[in-house]
Design a protein around this ligand. Structure first.
Ligand code: PEP
Ligand code: MN
Length: 355
C-alpha cells in the first residue's frame, strides 16, 4: 500500500537541512527554556524534548509528563519555534493537542508494536498534525512501513520517517546500528516520504554526531533530529550523546549539503552501503577473533595443540563450497578463510605461550 502524503512545509534555512533540536528529556522549566533560547539564537526553528520517556529499566527518570507540556508551550510563545515531543499512548496524543504541541513523533519501541500503533492511529483520527515515525528497534522495514500505514490510514498526511538505527547486542561503535540499506530501501519504495536522521540515538556518542549528520546529507536525507542540552553532562537521560546548542551550530555549519545529481547519487549510495557492510565485516571479524582467543585459552588449559588440522580442513571445505553457492569462487573464499585462520593461529600461539 502506498502512503497518501502531503508536503510537510517545515521551516528551514536554504543552506541547511531542516533540523529539530532539543534535549532528550524535558527536565525543568529552566533547562527547557535555557536550551530553547540558545537554540533559537542559533537560528533553530524546531524544538524537541521528551516528556514521556521510554526507559529500558524501571526506576529511572521516566519523564516529567503533563507538567512539562506548558514549558514547551512557553518555548513556542517566546521563541516562535515549533515544538515536538514523543507520544506512546492515546492519552499522550490528547494532552499534546490540549497544549498546542506542533509535531508528534512515535518512538522506536512503540513503532515495533502494532497494537500500540493502532491505538495511536485511532487517537489521531480527524486530527491535522505532522507525525514522524521512528524506525522500530528491530531492523524490519515492513514493520516500519506498516506502522506508518496505520497512522496514514487514520488520515494523517503530513508524515516523515525518522532513522534512529537498530538495536543490537554488540554496541562497539554505534549505540544502534545504522544499517543504512534499510532507510535507503524505504526511500526507494516510498520516494515522496521525507526521511530524517537521528544521529544522537544511532551514535550514542557526541563525537559521532557530525559524521553521522554528514552521512545522512550524503545519502540525501531531508532533515535531522539532534539532541541538544544546555548542560549535556548533567542531562537526566542520554547525557553522553547530547551536545550544547553552540556545538550543534558548529556541527551544522560544517555540513556539506550536496545536490542530488542523478549521475553520481546512485554510486554514492552504493558506496555507503559498501562502507556499512565493511564496518559489519570488521565487527564480525573482531568478534570471531575474540572467540578464537577464548579457544586459545581452552587449548592452553587442556594442553591441546593450537593447530587442529581436521577442524581447519573442515572450515576450508565447508566455506569454499558455500562460497560457490553464494556466487563467489570457492578458491577465493577458501583463501579468505586461510588468512583468517592464519591470524587466529598467530593469536592463539601468543596465548598458549603466555606465562
Ligand atoms: C528519544 O528520541 O529521546 C528516544 C527515546 O528515541 P528512540 O525512540 O529512538 O529510542
Ligand atoms: Mn534520547
Amino acid at each position: 500500500m502506498e502512503l497518501q502524503l502531503e508536503p510537510l512545509h517545515l521551516p528551514s534555512d536554504n543552506e541547511r537541512p531542516f533540523v529539530i533540536a532539543g534535549p532528550c528529556s524535558a527536565e525543568s522549566e529552566e533547562q527547557v527554556l535555557t536550551t530553547a533560547r540558545q537554540l533559537a539564537s542559533k537560528g533553530c526553528h524546531m524544538f524537541r524534548a521528551g516528556v514521556w520517556k521510554p526507559r529500558t529499566k524501571p526506576g529511572g527518570f521516566e519523564g516529567k509528563g503533563e507538567e512539562a507540556l506548558p514549558w514547551l508551550k512557553k518555548v513556542k510563545e517566546e521563541t516562535g519555534m515549533l515544538v515536538a515531543t514523543e507520544v506512546a499512548k492515546p492519552e499522550h496524543v490528547e494532552l499534546c493537542l490540549k497544549y498546542g504541541i506542533d509535531l508528534l513523533w512515535i518512538g522506536a519501541r512503540t513503532s515495533a508494536n502494532p497494537f500500540a500503533m493502532q491505538d495511536l492511529a485511532d487517537a489521531l483520527k480527524g486530527v491535522d498534525i505532522p507525525v514522524f515515525v521512528k524506525n522500530p528497534v528491530n531492523p524490519d522495514l515492513e514493520l516500519w512501513i506498516g506502522a506508518m500505514e496505520r497512522i496514514n490510514q487514520a488520515g494523517i498526511k503530513k508524515m516523515a520517517a525518522i532513522h534512529r538505527g537498530f538495536s543490537s547486542y554488540d554496541k562497539k561503535i554505534y549505540r544502534n546500528l545504522p544499517m543504512w540499506q534499510i532507510p535507503i530501501e524505504l526511500h526507494r519504495r516510498i520516494p515522496e516520504l521525507p526521511i530524517i536522521c537521528d544521529p544522537s540515538h544511532i551514535g550514542g556518542r557526541r563525537d559521532l554526531i557530525a559524521p553521522l549528520c554528514q552521512q545522512a546529507m550524503d545519502l540525501g536525507f531531508d532533515g535531522l533530529i539532534v539532541e541538544s542540552h544546555c548542560n549535556p553532562d548533567e542531562a537526566w537521560s542520554d547525557a553522553k550523546q547530547q551536545v550544547t546548542p553552540d556545538v550543534l551550530d558548529y556541527i551544522l555549519s560544517l555540513l556539506v549539503v550536496r545536490d542530488e545529481t542523478v549521475t553520481t547519487e546512485g554510486i554514492r549510495q552504493l558506496r555507503h552501503q559498501i562502507d556499512d557492510l565493511d564496518n559489519n565485516l570488521m565487527d564480525l571479524l573482531s568478534k570471531r577473533m575474540r572467540i578464537c582467543r577464548e579457544i586459545g585459552q581452552y587449548k592452553k588449559e587442556h594442553n591441546m595443540t593450537v593447530l587442529q588440522p581436521a577442524r581447519y580442513n573442515e572450515i576450508l571445505e565447508k566455506r569454499g563450497a558455500q562460497g560457490a553457492l553464494c556466487g563467489m569462487s570457492s578458491e577465493f573464499v577458501a583463501h579468505v578463510f586461510e588468512l583468517i585462520h592464519e591470524e587466529s593461529v598467530r593469536q592463539q600461539i601468543e596465548i598458549v605461550n603466555q606465562k
